[in-house]
Design a protein around this ligand. Structure first.
Ligand SMILES: C[S@@+](CC[C@H](N)C(=O)[O-])C[C@H]1O[C@@H](n2cnc3c(N)ncnc32)[C@H](O)[C@@H]1O
Length: 485
């Protein structure tokens, strides 16, 4: 066992080395100064995620923009925020051991500070004195003097022992293989089980650890160059492996990329591009077709579909229930065609209102979002197993409505950014069964014939993308048609 401080705290359960105010080097400095801007911003975002269900990927850029941080500090704030939110489950186990109490018994703001400090000590290898001093300053600014002393004590205890030793101690407490994976890779156990089942259905159960690890790696920013919009040269960056319109940036702020500023390219995961392209590639476009994106907000796939519809002479309509998100769809579509109609209807009513009105429909359904954990690190802690049945009911109702709105012979893409089987195959299979022969599955893999390199073979007519295999979000893509009678 390595002891980084040389103070010799031997193995076994680490005790609460420093109780409030008892720690070595009680934080005098921390009380008199503010935390560094990058750490302050990371703390504010993490606290807002906890207190008001904020989305880190939306709030952080706003705060960075306002603070006008230099690029290196902005990168630090990003790593601190995302890294801490991702690994929160693992850090809580370490904190509980170091504090000698369960994390439920620690004040929430102080726990946020401890998680942020743990990330620096355990994953970023920041020098312990720097990480602890900053955390103490943060604790003093959000809590009491005794709270700052408590943070000082707990983080000093964590910093005295090597990360690998903490890992061993934490894993030694796991009571099952799934709990061990959940703790080590900082995912809720129910998500680990859902991934295991979904991978097994895809014949890849052995990939589970690889998938969990991939969820914890920051993805490179991917852009879509909207076909026929603006500069045909496409954005700077490496072409992605599959989507003919995808580019991967090596780093930097995507809003500074010329084509992004001009509106002809957007940040969009390659999996989302493929989902839209499966609907486009299902059959040749005939001029005059009518297309609908039933749940379009914030408009990423809608923009790509609108560009493809325009190129093929089809009419495109977008719908989004939530008015603020419908507004985002309008903004997303403005560079393609500002005259596109964006309605704000409940998608469940569209089938009845407009039966057999559309030739192609995208239903990118509201879902748990478990396939996008790389980019939305806190989503794993936000969703609960009890959310799944509510979502699958909504998905089924939306799919039934979309099928009613589909013309016989038309194509419907049912898509989720979740690989959870209840949200993917089960919803699809129920709809096909209920269709009683009128609803037929199409081959979504075959519809993706225009990729830069062929997708790896699969034994299903649906496509389940995976972060560890395809470098995309874990998007599920399926296609159905309504039989002409
Ligand atoms: C997965 S997101 C769609 C993402 C979008 N396709 C994109 O690429 O940007 C699902 C959307 O469905 C919307 N939604 C939820 N319930 C709905 C309903 N009953 N009718 C229409 N839209 C709904 C949500 O507000 C959310 O914006």
């Amino acid at each position: 066992m390595t002891d980084r401080s040389g103070t010799g705290r031997p193995g076994g359960r680490p005790g609460p080395a420093a109780r409030p105010g008892q720690g070595r080097g009680t934080p005098q400095a921390g009380r008199s100064r503010s935390p560094q801007p990058a750490r302050r911003i990371a703390y504010e975002v993490i606290a807002a995620v906890r207190e008001s269900d904020a989305y880190a990927n939306l709030l952080l850029p706003v705060k960075l923009e306002r603070a006008k941080l230099p690029p290196a500090d902005a990168a630090l704030a990003t790593e601190l925020t995302y890294g801490t939110l991702r690994m929160q489950g693992y850090y809580d186990r370490v904190i509980a051991l170091a504090a000698g109490r369960s994390v439920e018994r620690i004040d929430a703001p102080l726990l946020d500070v401890l998680r942020l400090g743990s990330h620096q000590l355990l994953s970023m290898r920041v020098a312990p004195h720097a990480a602890v001093d900053e955390a103490v300053a943060q604790a003093a600014s959000v809590g009491s003097r005794s709270g700052a002393g408590f943070v000082n004590g707990v983080l000093r205890t964590i910093g005295r022992t090597e990360p690998a030793v903490w890992r061993e101690r934490v894993l030694a407490e796991a009571r099952s293989a799934d709990e061990r994976l959940a703790v080590e890779h900082s995912h809720p156990e129910w998500v680990v089980r859902a991934f295991r089942q979904s991978l097994a259905a895809d014949g890849r159960e052995g990939d589970l650890e690889e998938l969990l690890a991939a969820d914890n790696a920051a993805p490179k920013v991917t852009l879509v160059a909207l076909p026929g919009v603006g500069d045909d040269a496409g954005p700077d960056g490496e072409p992605t492996e599959y989507s003919p319109y995808g580019y991967r940036l090596s780093g930097g702020d995507p809003t500074r990329v010329h084509s992004v500023a001009a509106g002809s390219s957007r940040v969009q995961d390659e999996g989302s591009q493929l989902a839209a392209l499966a609907l486009v590639g299902a059959r040749p476009i005939e001029a005059g077709e009518r297309w609908l994106d039933l749940c379009a907000g914030p408009g990423g796939k809608a923009a790509l579909l609108a560009a493809e519809a325009r190129a093929g002479g089809a009419e495109f309509v977008a719908n989004e229930l939530v008015p603020a998100r419908a507004q985002l769809v309008r903004t997303a579509l403005a560079a393609v065609d500002p005259s596109i109609q964006v309605t704000e209807l409940d998608g469940r009513a569209v089938g009845e209102a407009e039966p057999e009105a559309y030739d192609r429909i995208l239903l990118d359904a509201p879902c748990t979002g478990l396939g996008a954990l790389r980019r939305r690190p806190e989503a794993r802690w936000r969703k609960q197993p009890k959310d799944v049945p509510e979502l699958t009911n909504l998905q089924s109702e939306l799919l039934d409505s979309a099928l009613r709105a589909l013309r016989p012979g038309g194509v419907l893409a049912y898509v989720t950014c979740s690989p959870h089987l209840a949200e993917t195959r089960a919803v699809l299979e129920t709809a096909v069964r209920r269709g009683g022969g009128r609803v037929r599955r199409l081959d979504a893999r075959a519809a993706l014939h225009g990729t830069r390199t062929p997708l790896p073979a699969g034994d299903s007519d649906t496509v389940q993308l995976w972060p560890h295999r395809h470098g995309t979000d874990a998007m599920f893509i399926s296609l159905v048609t309504k039989v002409v009678e």
